[in-house]
Design a protein around this ligand. Structure first.
Ligand code: SF4
Length: 408
């Protein structure tokens, strides 16, 4: 018998409890949310508000800021007010370590201004203080009606949990390896903290979990495991992914496997930016990951061939870059004016081998002439050859065709 074809789509999303963070919903079947984090000094409201605005305008639907000192906590309401004056409406998440209980209690305006609190169960306190300090943050979340993310991290594991699991491991007939023990510590730390938060009174629809590690295979293993053990919404991210292409490849590899399996409700791509570079690169990578997997649509998708010995001039690469930049720059405007334009597909191809064929699959495609081909570039619109461009203005004419198509 002929095997039935496998569907070309991800597995159904893992059912879980949705969480409202300001105007955004994470989980519960809502679209997967893109988020990012600032790297400015939160004590400086002007530069932090400016970077939040850049991230939000690039498409970050939630933005996290570190809240690490009394001055940073005092700055949070001022940051929120500056954003309102700039017309930027994005939920701000406070990232707390060690002293979150003190900062939230000392600065009620900060507790109120934030849309969510992130708690790291490995850094919330030690020994006997841990329970009371954790409870204090949850009580603030209850008082101000905020959700929390309980975010465990490989780099700051709860050491008492690790010690307990190592003791348990010694009793096993077949002990786990160290990586397995650490993964279990991460998961149990998140799940136990979530249970404790619920016992204090925080409802399930205000709890998100994450268990971040820096290794691709470990991240996949951890999230498969925790996804099977609870129905909390999950925040996905490969922590300390690294710089440039390494960070993008590692994050995409890990997150794509999990997203394909229906796991993950909000994602952050944690890239180390080049010195002086914009922070918005991680937002674009997150959007492109979700869009190329068919999970969301943010901007017209540009298909371009890699080029080869048939395209020795750089013109084809320049045109592909021009089209890509144009759709990114125009998207906020287009999206407001033309609902659904983000589902548009564009093709920029280098020669006749795959050019016309790929162009026909797109809403608008152009096939440039390769070496030795006639100096003409057929343009296809909705699968039909519509015109042929020639001469020095092919790029601007093609952009004009694209703009007209969107407008019509
Ligand atoms: Fe090379 Fe043409 Fe294929 Fe592009 S479409 S990679 S130029 S053969």
């Amino acid at each position: 018998t002929t095997p039935s074809p496998r569907p070309a789509q991800p597995a159904p999303r893992r059912p879980n409890v949705g969480v409202k963070i300001g105007k955004i919903t994470v989980g519960g079947g809502a679209p997967i949310v893109v988020q990012s984090m600032t790297n400015t000094d939160t004590e400086d409201p002007a530069s932090t508000a400016k970077q939040i605005a850049e991230l939000a305008r690039a498409g970050s639907e939630l933005v996290r800021i570190t809240v690490n000192t009394p001055a940073a906590a005092a700055a949070v309401p001022r940051i929120r007010d500056k954003l309102a004056m700039m017309g930027v409406d994005v939920p701000i998440i406070g990232d707390f370590h060690y002293n979150g209980h003190q900062l939230l209690e000392a600065e009620p305006a900060c507790a109120e201004a934030l849309a969510k609190y992130r708690i790291n169960p490995g850094n919330v306190g030690f020994g006997k203080k841990k329970d009371t300090q954790f409870a204090s943050i949850i009580e603030m979340a209850l008082r101000y009606e905020k959700p929390v993310r309980i975010g465990a991290n490989w780099g700051s594991l709860d050491q008492s949990m690790v010690a307990m699991l190592m003791d348990e491991n010694h009793q096993r007939a077949e002990p786990w390896d160290a990586s397995h023990v650490a993964r279990e510590a991460l998961i149990r730390s998140a799940l136990d903290s979530a249970k404790r938060a619920e016992d204090i009174g925080l409802p399930r629809d205000r709890i998100i979990l994450s268990c971040k590690v820096s290794g691709v295979q470990e991240l996949i293993a951890v999230y498969r495991d925790i996804a099977a053990r609870c129905d909390y919404a999950l925040h996905l991210g490969l922590t300390e992914a690294g710089m440039g292409s390494k960070g993008i490849a590692a994050s995409s590899a890990a997150l794509a496997v999990l997203l394909q399996e229906g796991i993950g409700d909000t994602i952050r791509i944690s890239l180390t930016p080049e010195p002086g570079a914009s922070r918005t690169g991680e937002v674009i990578v997150a959007q492109e990951l979700l869009q190329t997997m068919g999970l969301r649509a943010f901007t017209p998708l540009v298909t371009a061939c890699p080029g080869c010995g048939r395209t020795t001039s750089e013109f084809f690469q320049v045109l592909a870059r021009t089209v890509q930049d144009h759709v990114r720059e125009q998207m906020p405007l287009w999206r407001v004016k033309y609902d659904g334009v983000e589902n548009l597909t564009l093709a920029v191809m280098g020669c006749v081998v795959n050019g016309p064929g790929e162009s026909k699959h797109a809403n608008i495609g152009i096939s440039l002439p390769g070496n030795g081909e006639a100096p003409s570039a057929p343009v296809f619109i909705d699968g039909q050859k519509a015109m042929t461009l020639r001469g020095d203005n092919i790029a601007s004419e093609f952009i004009g065709i694209l703009d007209n198509y969107v407008a019509s």
